[in-house]
Design a protein around this ligand. Structure first.
Ligand SMILES: *[C@@H]1O[C@H](CO)[C@@H](O)[C@H](O)[C@H]1NC(C)=O
Ligand SMILES: *[C@@H]1O[C@H](CO)[C@@H](O)[C@H](O)[C@H]1NC(C)=O
Ligand SMILES: *[C@@H]1O[C@H](CO)[C@@H](O)[C@H](O)[C@H]1NC(C)=O
Ligand SMILES: *[C@@H]1O[C@H](CO)[C@@H](O)[C@H](O)[C@H]1NC(C)=O
Length: 383
């Protein structure tokens, strides 16, 4: 602590002593300057505004092990912000303005000091009078939701929920308070919108009320909501369907993995073949000159969506390929359906196959059993 206050003393004395050569008033010149941060806080006179220190201290040092202090300076006056000022509070890495005024708009610098280092970065507070009659605020963030499905908006104030006492959030569309109905389900920091329609686009405001020193205060943010007329269903695996396939040793073999994605938009789906070798999963080579490889994925449009095909190819089936599980997987943000095939020698006995099926309790549904039965050996099925 003694060292820290010494640094601080130097910081205070420095400008006076070196007034001729330096106009630095924000602390020691050794402070590493990170310029101005990208984030700014937007507020309206009378509301609460919170400025967050833009320095990402965990990239600079380990905040759990290194003691550090945070101070703030008003760039216009160069003076340190203290909690002595009315309607200002310092809280960890934040400055709170309880009753923002137009005069408080400006640039503020956050200085973080450890015993041996000092860093600084500026951030801005933008205060604008409310002018719109529609209760929409002058500054707002954009959020996009998808038509035809249920979707949600997220209140940007959620990042402050942990810092305030007894917060509660209300949602508005334009000036109208939203209550739970067939369309909207406000759920704290989220607003669920059922079966999104193009008309649901517009301005939504979330207002957070909370207590500070026994007084109820509020903050709000407006979201400009855009509705995109695109939606994509979960990828669906058409082929394979957990099959056991009889092949002759030495013959060539190909199997298509077929995946459909219904809807409009850009499907971010990757279809790949892999194989389980012992306990290791390995991707099948994409080098088409390898004996066992997978072809490039072929994506095409259909009337109601997209079709993806990826072919597994064995130029010659070897003994070592039998009884392996070749799995095709479609990976996407909406799930990862997969299915597998297993190759068995053309002469494999029915006894083995039965054993194989009934050991694999959940994977093989009865309906598949029927299909596969026809596929594998029509005689056994008919008897
Ligand atoms: C905020 O400050 C203004 C101007 O000083 C004052 O008129 C107003 O009552 C204050 N609002 C609150 C909620 O304290
Ligand atoms: C594909 O495999 C062949 C044979 O192993 C090798 O010579 C060739 O360099 C590989 N090609 C690529 C692109 O890796
Ligand atoms: C990809 O699939 C389309 C539609 O099935 C087909 O017409 C086309 O030939 C395929 N392309 C390749 C490279 O396999
Ligand atoms: C292949 O998958 C089936 C079903 O999951 C499993 O019972 C069998 O042990 C697997 N075989 C190998 C070689 O991993």
């Amino acid at each position: 602590m003694g060292r820290l206050s010494l640094i601080f003393l130097v910081a205070v004395l420095w400008p006076t002593e070196c007034a001729v050569i330096s106009t630095e008033t924000l602390g020691p010149e050794s402070c590493r300057d990170f310029g101005q941060g990208f984030e700014r806080a937007f507020s309206i006179p009378g509301e609460v505004a919170i400025l967050e220190c833009p320095l990402q201290v965990h990239y600079l040092f380990n905040p759990a092990e290194t003691p550090y202090s945070v101070t703030w300076y008003d760039e216009r006056t160069g003076s340190e912000i203290t909690a002595l000022e009315q309607s200002v509070m310092l809280k960890k890495t934040q400055v709170w303005f309880f009753n923002v005024t137009m005069q408080q708009q400006g640039k503020y610098t956050c200085v973080v000091r450890t015993q041996s280092e000092c860093y600084k970065q500026a951030t801005g507070l933008v205060v604008t009078e409310m002018t719109s009659e529609d209760c929409e605020r002058p500054q707002r963030g954009l959020q996009r939701i998808s038509a035809h499905v249920n979707d949600l908006l997220v209140c940007p104030l959620r990042k402050y929920l942990k810092s305030v006492d007894s917060p509660s959030i209300q949602w508005y569309k334009n000036c109208e308070l939203l209550q739970e109905d067939k369309k909207f389900v406000p759920n704290e920091d989220m607003l669920n919108i059922r079966k999104v329609h193009l008309d649901d686009a517009g301005f939504y405001t979330c207002k957070m009320t909370f207590r500070v020193a026994g007084v109820v205060r509020e903050m709000a943010e407006t979201i400009e909501c855009e509705v995109k007329d695109e939606f994509l269903m979960k990828p669906q695996m058409i082929e394979p369907v957990n099959e056991i396939i009889k092949v002759e040793r030495g013959s060539s073999f190909r199997k298509d993995c077929v995946v459909v994605v219904r809807g409009k938009g850009i499907p971010m789906v990757d279809v790949i073949w892999k194989v389980l070798l012992g306990s290791e999963e390995e991707f099948i080579s994409q080098n088409t000159s390898h004996r066992v490889h997978q072809k490039p994925m072929n994506e095409s449009r259909t009337t109601d969506g997209f079709l993806m095909v990826r072919t597994l190819s064995l130029s010659a089936v070897w003994e070592e390929d039998f009884y392996l599980n070749f799995t095709c997987m479609a990976s996407s943000s909406r799930g990862q359906p997969s299915a597998q095939i297993s190759l068995v020698p053309a002469g494999a006995s029915q006894q083995y196959l039965n054993q194989y099926y009934f050991n694999t309790n959940i994977l093989y549904q009865p309906v598949h059993l029927i299909n596969m039965c026809i596929f594998i050996s029509s005689e056994t099925c008919h008897s």
